[in-house]
Design a protein around this ligand. Structure first.
Ligand code: DC
Length: 218
C-alpha cells in the first residue's frame, strides 16, 4: 500500500491547487478524481444523454474507457483512447459531472481505478468521497472547505483571468446548486469523514493551507 492522503471538500474550495502543491513538496502523485467524473461526463455529452435518465447513463458507462496517466507529472485523462484533458474544465462538463456522479453505476465504474492508483503509489487524492468511501484507511484525511462567497470569488477570478465572461451571481448560484447535489445524493455524498481534519481556507493564504496540510503528512 502506498502512503495515502485524502482531500475532500466542496466545489471551489481549492482542493486541486492545494493538493498539487502538497504533492510537489512531499513527492506524492496527485490524483484528481473529479477529472475522472468529468471525463465520463464528456462521454455522456458526446452521446447526447440526458443526465436525469439514469438507465441511459448507466448503459453508456459500458462503452466508456477512462484511463489516467502522467506527462511531466501532470495528470492526463483519456476517454476511449483520446486525450481529453484540455476539455475537462468547463462549467458544462462540471455540471454534467455533478449530476451524473450521483448515479451508482458511474461511481462503480471509477472506484477500482481510484483504489488501484492509491494501492501502488504514494498519493494525495482529491474528490468528494475519498476519505469516507474510496480510501477509508487513508493515512491522513483532510476536509477542505471555504465559504460560498470565497469559493465563488475565486472561481470568478479564475475565469476572468482566462478571458471568459461571467457573473459572480451566476457562479455563486451554480456553486450552491452543486453543493446541494453533491451533499444530498444517496450514493457516497460529500461529507466530512469522522476522522478527517477540517481546514477552512476562507481566511488563509494558499501557502498557509499547504503548510497546515503538510504538517500532518509524512
Ligand atoms: O472536483 P470537480 O469539480 O472536478 O468534480 C466535478 C464533479 O464530480 C463534482 O461536482 C462532483 C463529482 N465528484 C464526485 O462525485 N466524487 C469525486 N470523488 C470527485 C468528483
Amino acid at each position: 500500500m502506498g502512503y495515502n492522503v485524502a482531500v475532500d471538500g466542496p466545489a471551489g474550495a481549492g482542493k486541486s491547487t492545494i493538493a498539487k502543491l502538497v504533492a510537489k513538496k512531499k513527492g506524492y502523485i496527485y490524483v484528481d478524481t473529479g477529472a475522472m467524473y468529468r471525463g465520463l461526463a464528456i462521454h455522456f455529452l458526446k452521446k447526447g444523454i440526458d443526465p436525469d435518465d439514469k438507465d441511459a447513463v448507466a448503459e453508456a458507462c459500458d462503452d466508456a474507457d477512462v484511463k489516467i496517466g502522467y506527462e511531466n507529472g501532470i495528470q492526463q485523462v483519456w476517454l476511449n483512447g483520446e486525450n481529453i484533458t484540455s476539455m475537462l474544465r468547463t462549467e458544462e462538463v462540471g455540471n454534467m459531472a455533478s449530476k451524473t456522479s450521483a448515479i451508482p453505476a458511474v461511481r462503480e465504474k471509477l472506484l477500482e481505478l481510484q483504489r488501484s492508483l492509491a494501492r501502488n503509489e504514494d498519493v494525495i487524492m482529491d474528490g468528494r468521497d475519498i476519505g469516507t468511501n474510496i480510501l477509508p484507511n487513508a493515512d491522513v484525511k483532510i476536509y477542505l472547505t471555504a465559504s460560498v462567497e470565497t469559493r465563488a470569488k475565486r472561481r470568478y477570478d479564475e475565469l476572468r483571468e482566462k478571458g471568459e465572461e461571467c457573473s459572480l451571481e451566476d457562479i455563486s448560484r451554480d456553486i450552491q446548486e452543486r453543493d446541494e447535489r453533491d451533499m444530498n445524493r444517496e450514493t457516497a455524498p460529500l461529507k466530512k469523514a469522522e476522522d478527517a481534519i477540517l481546514v477552512d481556507s476562507s481566511d488563509m493564504t494558499i501557502q498557509e493551507v499547504v503548510d497546515t496540510i503538510c504538517s500532518y503528512c509524512k
